[in-house]
Design a protein around this ligand. Sequence first.
Ligand SMILES: Cc1cc2nc3c(=O)[nH]c(=O)nc-3n(C[C@H](O)[C@H](O)[C@H](O)COP(=O)(O)OP(=O)(O)OC[C@H]3O[C@@H](n4cnc5c(N)ncnc54)[C@H](O)[C@@H]3O)c2cc1C
Length: 386
Amino acid sequence: MRKILILGAGYTGMAAATGLVGRLKHRDDTHITIVNPQLRFTERLRLHQTASGQTLADLQIPDQLDGTGVDFVQGWVTGIDADAQTVRVDDTHTLRYDTLLYALGSVADTETVPGVDEFAYTLNSAHDAALLADQLDRLGDGPVVVAGGGLTGIESAAEIAEQHPETQVVLLSRQQPASMMGEKARARLHAGLARLGVQVRAGADIVKVMSDGVALADGEVVPAQAVLWTTGVRVSPLAAAARLHVDDRGRIVTDESLRSVSHPNVYAVGDAAAIRQSYGVMHGTCQSGIPTALHAAASIVRELNGKQPKRFRFGYVHQPVSLGRHDAVIQFTHADDSPGRFYLAGRLAVAYKETVSSSPWTTYRLIRAMPTVGAMTWRRGGRSSQ
Ligand SMILES: Cc1cc2nc3c(=O)[nH]c(=O)nc-3n(C[C@H](O)[C@H](O)[C@H](O)COP(=O)(O)OP(=O)(O)OC[C@H]3O[C@@H](n4cnc5c(N)ncnc54)[C@H](O)[C@@H]3O)c2cc1C
């Protein structure tokens, strides 16, 4: 029996599991196990909604896997022995694998600035987002500082401002927020933030987070009753500790088929993988992560059938940003994620954003029923289907 072990049941781990189930349904010589700490699926794309006090659908991972034959193990992966091909869970038991699919995602990087771990909130999990929601309920008029002008920071600032109109929200960023967008889309996005009352301050270099505010490099202290940290991400140290070849950010470096360059029986997908394309190393998004997972699932099945896995190719399509529940901006992009000429805003953009971040459960059911079609979806910039 060939043992396929998937670490992490987030967006990509679940996509890989369902892709494998769809492709392996007529075989009885493989066994799939997936490990995740929570039973409930974390809709990470919507954690800013949780943080602002909204309730999300209760998506239970075991329900989705019911009837598929996939074993769900609830627990934290605490170690990987890549030579023995084993994984430790909760430091209490060991799982063996023939093929490992590493999909542990990423979390907010809280180690760059002193005080972040102690005083700032994150969107690392539904629990962390709920802690901020509780604090926001107690706050009154704030102020609340959102640190980081990337898409997560912008979405969070807008959502908090909309759900808590009495609270002053300050978005602090080193660069101009949404600097990755084209000029027109960015201007529209800033107008949307202004309409919600978000105070945007670019050029802010935060050097310390305290219980009552943040200190900037120029000595100014910006008062805050809550600080949300969204300035960048880091990955689990497990891959590096297992001596898998990783990049300078700890992500597993893959070959063109998404296998670890040092350990070819390990596939890496999503935020935890450093995947090179013609335009550079991909950055973590769901948009790109799910195609990596589907490609890895297809490649594992090709190898089981004695064939070589194919090359993965991906091009970005959009940068979708919600501005609360009633506004959004979608910047359409070139394959390398640089902004294209077109963008959408307002109600049409809200509908678009809702579609692309809708519950993945329906997508997973589709992938299970039609795994080959699934692997062709979201493809751009070349052939990657298998
Ligand atoms: C607020 C917010 C909004 C976003 N919006 C968008 C968007 O609109 N579009 C987009 O494309 N991307 C968006 N992203 C980014 C997107 O969420 C990530 O790129 C995506 O979730 C990556 O998928 P993943 O499977 O690699 O990781 P995840 O979805 O984070 O899954 C990782 C899983 O691994 C588990 N795990 C971690 N460590 C361990 C361990 N040691 N043992 C066992 N399990 C473990 C985690 O609990 C989790 O279930 C957003 C992110 C945030 C925070």
